[in-house]
Design a protein around this ligand. Structure first.
Ligand code: 9MR
Length: 569
């Protein structure tokens, strides 16, 4: 692909929304305010001004000034910002990219489906591929997977289906859970607090788009069914299923020759299935009562099993052929599962577990954000959004925990050169920082829903701007969006960088983003000494920086759907 370009004028490469603040970042050693001009697509200056010096930005190390062109509000395409000889990437003033991204970000999940052919009629010839893991040689099926030899479970499980986690072909209950939950919550939040009319049947290009059920639910159900299949006879749930050994890049799902293996059950996986099973049970209560009942029975059985076996932690060293996804704190998974079960059933025992949890009323919300290992806030979202029988004062307190955290995000953005709501204690950027940033944008969005205050809505689009190009690397971290999008994400099929006959990622896929831990050999070789936000390279082998996963795209999809819904307001 083209050589990477780092601009001096960093913009959201897709669109600034009419009526909202519009900011860009100028990288300059100058200490006096610099003159900028906004040019339209014909090259005429339509606005000018002076940038505001901000000094050296902590997260990027860049000396920056902020350009504020909020006053200009004429919709159009092909605008650029110009400072001296430096010209930004072009951008729109408009809303269409957010409407497109709502669908493209959800389309990712169909591409990631296991156990079903990905058909050209839905994705075009470029992205069509054969089904993976259905026991068609050389592939091994997921229909009768034995446990790892040392576990000696004495049974096999049919765990076909679900979504591949990421660039690999593993399927992990811990991580599948948050991802399915967030896709489902995109719908639940729209029904409860917003507008679900753009999420109906026929809105996505998937096989189920004429079955009378909202497509976003059909897509999530593909994963929920998998989470239910991972349940052992005793109610505990297997942590994950994946290859016995890592495969190389590229490898199509249907060409993966490795044997498949179940890892041990874990309390965390069991609670993920309990949480999502309970959530699915209420969503499908009238749509498909039989599925709803099956999901609830599995969820209740899982929760009881987890309570009886509360410390069965996943093995941190079980990382051969798939990720470990180990997590040594499950207080948050217990809280999340209890919150979902209480919301669905109103049961007194679940209620006691919710209100008795140390995490109750938003106590686990942090400015780092939530992820597959810290799921307490998912329970808070449900309790704050979906009608339930808790005291109104408690629900109000939970909601105010979101606005307090959102205020901290806005305060941070105000200090930054590039708007990335995300704070760790030491300033480091974690593996999957873009997923955390997107989840923090979800907190801003919920604060907007709860209060109606415009500052939170503006913060969501500012954050989208960071993900879509206003960052020190001049990358849109979303494939297919902007003039310099990521093109070489870590993926075994979208491996065009290694094999020109294979595609690049389809539009709407979020790269993991900067990771100051430099946890792969390419990152270690190319980025020693990098400032946190600059620890990034668009390289297919840089799996600790540039992989894609279901949990990061579920965060993107949630926020993109919110942004699309709110863009016309
Ligand atoms: O997203 C996960 C990140 O939080 C962890 O730090 C990292 C190392 O354990 O693993 C990430 O998850 C990967 C998983 O283990 C395997 N599939 C790809 C995932 C994304 O890189």
């Amino acid at each position: 692909g083209p050589a990477p370009v780092t601009k001096k004028v960093q913009v959201n490469q897709t669109a600034y929304v009419p009526g909202l603040p519009k900011h860009a970042t100028l990288v300059t050693d100058a200490t006096t305010p610099q003159d900028w001009a906004l040019r339209n697509s014909a090259g005429a200056a339509v606005a000018t001004g002076k940038a505001t010096p901000k000094g050296t930005d902590a997260a990027s190390g860049d000396p920056v000034q902020i350009i504020d062109f909020s006053a200009y509000d004429t919709a159009g395409t092909g605008y650029t910002l110009v400072v001296g000889e430096d010209v930004s990437y072009p951008f729109d003033i408009g809303v269409q990219p957010y409407k497109d991204l709502r669908k493209d970000s959800l389309a990712f999940f169909y591409h990631q489906r296991s156990g079903i052919p990905i058909e050209a009629q839905y994705v075009g010839d470029t992205y069509a591929r054969a089904a993976g893991h259905l026991n068609v040689a050389p592939n091994k099926g997921d229909d009768a997977v034995p446990c790892r030899a040392d576990l000696a479970c004495g049974y096999t499980l049919d765990v076909r289906g679900g979504w591949y986690d990421a660039g690999d072909h593993g399927k992990y209950v811990v991580n599948g859970g948050i991802s399915a939950w967030q896709v489902l919550d995109t719908y639940e939040r729209a029904v409860a607090l917003g507008d679900a009319s753009a999420l109906g049947d026929g809105t996505l290009s998937i096989p189920e788009n004429h079955n009378g059920v909202p497509d976003v639910l059909d897509e999530a159900r593909w994963e929920v069914e998998f989470l239910l299949r991972m349940q052992a006879p005793n109610g505990m749930v297997h942590h994950k299923v994946h290859d016995a050994a890592w495969t190389g890049l590229p490898t199509l799902p249907s060409q993966d020759p490795q044997p498949r293996r179940l890892s041990a059950v874990s309390t965390a996986a069991t609670l993920n299935t309990a949480a999502v099973g309970a959530q699915a049970a209420r969503i499908w209560r009238t749509i498909d009562p039989a599925f709803s009942a099956r999901a609830l029975a599995a969820a209740e059985k899982a929760y009881a099993a987890a309570k009886a076996d509360p410390n069965r932690l996943a093995d941190p060293n079980d990382g051969t052929g798939g990720g470990a996804y180990n997590d040594d704190t499950v207080t948050d998974e217990f809280y999340w599962a209890a919150a979902e079960l209480y919301t669905t059933t109103g049961g007194a025992a679940y209620r006691a577990d919710v209100t008795g949890s140390p995490l109750y009323k938003g106590k686990s919300l942090t400015t780092r954000g939530f992820d597959w290992a810290s799921t307490g806030p998912l329970g808070d979202v449900t309790l704050a959004v979906v009608p339930n029988g808790l005291p109104p004062a408690d629900i109000a307190e939970t909601r105010s925990a979101f606005t307090t955290t959102a205020d901290a995000h806005l305060a941070q953005i105000a200090t930054q050169g590039y708007p990335a709501p995300y704070q760790t204690s030491d300033g480091s950027y974690d593996w999957g920082s873009n997923g955390l940033v997107a989840n923090n944008a979800m907190v801003l969005a919920l604060a907007s829903d709860f209060t109606g205050q415009p500052k939170y809505r503006a913060g969501v689009y500012e954050t989208m701007g960071y993900l879509l190009g206003r960052n020190p690397n001049s990358y849109s971290y979303v494939s297919g969006y902007g003039d310099q999008p990521v093109r070489n994400v870590h993926h075994r099929f979208w491996a065009n960088q290694l094999d020109a006959s294979l595609p690049t990622a389809p539009p709407g896929v979020l790269s993991g983003g900067p990771n100051s831990g430099l946890q792969d050999p390419v990152a270690a070789r190319l980025l020693a000494g990098c400032k946190p936000q600059k620890c990034f390279v668009d390289h297919i082998e840089a799996y600790s920086l540039n992989e894609v996963t279901v949990n990061w795209n579920s965060a993107l999809a949630w926020v993109a759907n919110w942004a699309a819904e709110k863009s016309d307001r």
